[in-house]
Design a protein around this ligand. Structure first.
Ligand code: SF4
Length: 258
């Protein structure tokens, strides 16, 4: 299926809950959401009503966003994942996307007929600093995945991806800031975003600055935003500014993971 055929984005959360894996998880939105309802996010539970995605709720051409309130490759879900693969295998008329912080588990979690990946499944990893980039990208690039993207989000330190982008195995670089209350938020610097943009641009790889977060520092001033829509708008302005200065990166018709 080509990106141009995508007609609807559908969330699918077959299980809920996650264990914090690295500094990027510090202000995880799932934990924040659950805190409001007194729910313990570290207990991973199979969705009573959400585990199964029904065909009638997933028309042909759907973009299915998988596991936004957990991690699809988390160990605690090993016995449940097979049922999801069965649905995904059958529905090659849709695109399935998921983002993980556990790429080292991918090879042991895919079904026997996976080969080097299914054409309609896109997997991205999320990284927040150079240490996590080096650790996760090594595992991610060795894993059998057909379409790979990288999310530097929340970006909390400078990252260089050059040698990983040189493999030609990464389709897209996405960057985002942290959305958190004032006393917890960690800053993202304009220079970090610009340098990742340039690394992607040099290699003709897609780049999206998808939201600027609550503390986006440019010329020593915080021009971040507290509201998500404003964060998205500000990030678009910055990307536009970078493209004016340095030229455009390639674009897909659809941003699959944002
Ligand atoms: S891996 Fe993702 S969902 Fe899990 S704790 Fe970290 S940020 Fe939250």
């Amino acid at each position: 299926m080509q990106n141009t055929e995508i007609n609807k984005a559908i969330p699918w959360n077959p299980w809920h809950g996650c264990k914090k894996a690295s500094p990027g998880c510090k202000n995880c939105f799932v934990y924040k959401m659950d805190r409001r309802y007194g729910r313990d996010t570290s207990i991973i539970t199979k969705g009573k009503t959400t585990y199964e995605l029904k065909d009638k709720d997933c028309p042909p051409g759907s973009l299915v966003k998988l596991c936004f309130s957990s991690d699809f490759f988390i160990e605690e879900a090993d016995e449940w994942r097979g049922g999801c693969w069965d649905f995904i295998r059958r529905r090659r008329d849709c695109i399935f996307v998921t983002t993980t912080k556990r790429p080292e588990r991918i090879k042991d979690c895919v079904p026997p007929d996976w080969g080097d990946g299914w054409e309609h499944v896109h997997i991205s990893i999320s990284i927040e600093n150079q240490e996590m980039a080096d650790q996760r990208l090594k595992a991610f690039l060795a894993a059998p995945v057909k379409h790979r993207e990288v999310f530097c989000s929340p970006l909390i330190a400078p990252i260089s991806l050059g040698k990983y982008l040189d493999t030609g195995l990464i389709k897209c670089v996405n960057v985002g800031g942290e959305m958190s209350p004032k006393n917890e938020v960690r800053p993202i610097l304009y220079e970090w975003v610009r340098d990742l943009f340039l690394e992607a641009k040099e290699r003709n790889i897609e780049f999206y600055f998808h939201q600027c977060g609550s503390m986006f520092m440019k010329d020593g001033v915080n021009i971040g935003k507290w509201n998500l829509n404003d964060q998205i708008k500000r990030a678009e302005e910055i990307q536009h500014e970078l493209e004016e200065l340095y030229g455009e990166t390639p674009k897909s018709d659809h941003k699959l993971h944002c």
